[in-house]
Design a protein around this ligand. Structure first.
Ligand SMILES: *[C@@H]1O[C@H](CO)[C@@H](O)[C@H](O)[C@H]1NC(C)=O
Ligand SMILES: *[C@@H]1O[C@H](CO)[C@@H](O)[C@H](O)[C@H]1NC(C)=O
Ligand SMILES: *[C@@H]1O[C@H](CO)[C@@H](O)[C@H](O)[C@H]1NC(C)=O
Ligand SMILES: *[C@@H]1O[C@H](CO)[C@@H](O)[C@H](O)[C@H]1NC(C)=O
Ligand SMILES: [Fe+2]
Length: 463
């Protein structure tokens, strides 16, 4: 605790001073808020957040995600360290009466000289929307019980609050981000990639995948997180004989990809309350005719804005980002897909990767071809708002090298850690807030009312 506090001390410089770069409707803001630029350390392996549950072979690293497209199924995952144990999950509507049960599967994998524990996945089916369920796994003295509430049935005016987190890692800052999110109380997390940063360790020490899952259990065992793959999920290390991309990630973190007609766990969609959420993979092929391209083409046609008015797209590497860090890395995917997203009137694109916060106005850059020379982003009310929330607080530290001047598409940017929430109110209005981690205080540093692109397409909400 004391250590955490000391590490999170902020320089007392102009805490809320905002520097507007120019006058006028599109003037962007570069926040003058300063925090020390160096990364905080990863929490030590004996930190409280990594503690093992009591009992021999007790289920650990419990996490849930949607098991179908809308949440009438939930997939529960956990690890047993010493022996296979049971694959069964008991569940029901009261902790005293978990009368239903489901049978899961288990898997393990090797990574260089690391061998994982027994990784269990079990999908609970036949759930009702908007209902609290209790569930338990393990046996004898090691039974562990948790609960979750299924999302409400999709419909045009169904309020729902999402948490938006990216690039979390397992530092003291990561713990601060998760604590702030816990205090803000969303009902599901849209996670934009880069989970554990185990690959920052020699030989991609996969014990850090285990410790990360114990760290986030306090949230993700109780509400579904929807996963996006980031570059730190690749674990591609042919120099040590590990040439299968995404091996640890895909063994540990299932996604309900089949339910949305996808053929790979790395791209899929879900429908939660009034939102249709599309998850893309920045690190899988997306060129014309590839599986991801083919799927997205069909998927965008399946979206029914009369049922799910809010169309949100998740990816790891941002298309619009004015930080020097990872500059232009998302460019080839933007060129491939931006036209589709503008035509589909996507409300919001969420990305991570760049370890700072940035929100755009509604801009597009879709006029360009290789002869007309028109490569300038322009205001476009059909375009998504782009939000980069790669500011979860991982070991690589903050990205504090914004390009100058601030480009016209950039509405607000700040180099500090935090998370965001998206509160859908009804078919036309959603309230978005970005929360800066500020020494235990709950600080809202940026907010905007989103106006739906399908139902109110001419209303400019991006100031
Ligand atoms: C894996 O290899 C590394 C480097 O040789 C060594 O430090 C580590 O103890 C080994 N781990 C296991 C589980 O053998
Ligand atoms: C992490 O945060 C939780 C909740 O705020 C706190 O109880 C715990 O002590 C923190 N752990 C570390 C290592 O900072
Ligand atoms: C900051 O970003 C610019 C690109 O915008 C790059 O040329 C420069 O080297 C970066 N500086 C540092 C210190 O990373
Ligand atoms: C939608 O929600 C907004 C914000 O709460 C509210 O101002 C508006 O009246 C609502 N629209 C309808 C049709 O209820
Ligand atoms: Fe990344």
């Amino acid at each position: 605790m004391g250590g955490a506090r000391r590490l999170l001390v902020l320089l007392p410089l102009a805490a809320l001073l905002l520097l507007a770069t120019a006058a006028g409707a599109t003037a962007g803001v570069t926040s003058g808020y300063r925090r020390k630029p160096e990364a905080t350390a990863d929490m030590p392996l004996d930190a409280d957040v990594f503690r093992l549950p009591h009992g021999y072979n007790a289920p650990q690293q419990v996490h849930i995600t949607l098991g179908d497209q809308t949440g009438t199924a939930m997939t529960v995952s956990w690890v047993t360290a010493s022996e296979p144990g049971s694959n069964t999950v008991a569940y029901g509507r009261s902790p005293k009466k978990m009368e239903m049960s489901a049978q899961g599967t288990q898997t393990r994998y090797d990574y260089y000289n690391y061998t994982s524990g027994f990784i269990h996945h079990c999908t609970l089916t036949g759930l009702k929307h908007g209902v609290k369920y209790w569930y338990a796994m393990g046996f004898g003295h090691t039974v562990r019980t948790f609960s979750f509430t299924t999302p409400p049935k999709p419909g045009p005016d169904v309020p729902f609050k999402f948490g938006l987190i990216g690039d979390l890692g397992q530092t003291f800052d990561s713990n601060s981000t998760l604590s702030h999110y816990d205090a803000n109380g969303g009902s599901a997390v849209l996670f934009v990639g880069d989970l554990s940063y185990a690959d920052a360790y020699p030989l991609h020490d996969n014990n850090r995948w285990d410790s990360w899952a114990r760290f986030v259990e306090r949230s993700v065992a109780y509400q579904p997180w929807l996963w996006t793959a980031g570059n730190h999920e690749l674990d591609y290390a042919p120099e040590i004989g590990e040439a299968t991309p995404f091996k640890p990630f895909t063994h540990r973190y299932p996604t309900p990809f089949r339910a949305s007609g996808s053929t790979e766990p790395l791209w899929y969609s879900v429908k939660i309350a009034s939102a249709h959420v599309v998850v893309l993979s920045s690190y899988s092929a997306y060129g014309q005719y590839t599986p991801q391209w083919t799927w997205l083409d069909a998927e965008l046609r399946r979206v029914d804005r009369k049922v799910t008015p809010w169309l949100v797209v998740l990816m790891h590497s941002p298309w619009y980002n004015s930080n020097g860090y990872h500059y232009m890395e998302g460019e080839s995917m933007r060129v491939q897909f931006e036209r589709w997203l503008v035509d589909a009137k996507v409300d919001l694109v969420l990305a991570g990767h760049v370890h700072s916060y940035e929100r755009s106005h509604r801009f597009s850059n879709v006029a360009y071809d290789i002869i007309n020379g028109k490569a300038t982003p322009v205001r476009n009310l059909d375009a998504p708002m782009y939000i980069n929330i790669g500011d979860g607080g991982n070991i690589e530290g903050i990205a504090n090298n914004f390009t100058k001047p601030q480009p016209r598409y950039s509405a607000f940017r700040e180099a500090s850690f935090g998370h965001a929430t998206l509160e859908i109110k009804n078919r036309t209005h959603a309230y978005y807030e970005w929360h800066r981690n500020h020494d235990g205080a709950k600080v809202v540093a940026d907010s905007v009312w989103l106006i739906n692109r399908y139902w109110m397409p001419t209303h400019d909400d991006s100031n």
